[in-house]
Design a binder for this molecule. Structure first.
Ligand SMILES: [Zn+2]
Ligand SMILES: [Zn+2]
Length: 132
C-alpha cells in the first residue's frame, strides 16, 4: 500500500477532481492555498511517488513539460503535433488490441496511458488545402 502524506493525498485529490492533465506547476498552483508550506520540490517528489505507486500517470505529450493525471479512468490520447489538441480515446477501444498483444506475446501490458502523435482533422485539412 502506498503511504499518503497530507501533500500526497491533497495532490491526488486535486488530480482526481480535475479529471484532466496538469503540469507540475498547475498542480502547485491548485494546491498551494491548502498547503502554504508547499514548494515545487515537494510537488515533484509527491508526483514521483504517486506515479511510482500507480496512483497517477505521467505522460509526455510533446509539450515542454510532462503532464500528470489521476488514473481512475483509464484512457488514451491522440495528440495533434500541429495545434497540440489532445483527444481522449476510451480504454474499451484499445483493450481488444492490448488483449491480443498480451496473448500473442505472452506479455502483461502495464501501459495505461497511450499517447499517439499525429495530425487532427482540422490541421490535416489545412495542410491538404495548402498543397493543392
Ligand atoms: Zn490522459
Ligand atoms: Zn491540429
Amino acid at each position: 500500500m502506498a503511504k499518503l502524506t497530507t501533500a500526497r493525498s491533497i495532490i491526488l485529490e486535486t488530480l482526481e477532481a480535475n479529471q484532466k492533465h496538469m503540469t507540475a506547476f498547475q498542480v502547485y498552483d491548485a494546491v498551494k492555498h491548502r498547503l502554504p508550506s508547499l514548494n515545487m520540490s515537494t510537488v515533484y517528489r509527491a508526483l514521483e511517488y504517486l506515479t511510482h505507486h500507480g496512483l497517477i500517470s505521467v505522460a509526455d505529450v510533446g509539450a515542454s513539460m510532462p503532464i500528470y493525471e489521476a488514473v481512475s479512468n483509464t484512457h488514451h490520447h491522440l495528440v495533434c503535433e500541429e495545434c497540440r489538441h489532445i483527444s481522449i480515446v476510451a480504454h474499451d477501444e484499445v483493450k481488444e488490441f492490448f488483449d491480443s498483444i498480451s496473448h500473442k506475446y505472452n506479455f502483461t501490458i502495464h501501459t495505461n496511458h497511450l499517447i499517439l502523435f499525429g495530425l487532427c482533422e482540422k490541421c490535416r485539412q489545412a495542410k491538404d488545402d495548402k498543397s493543392e
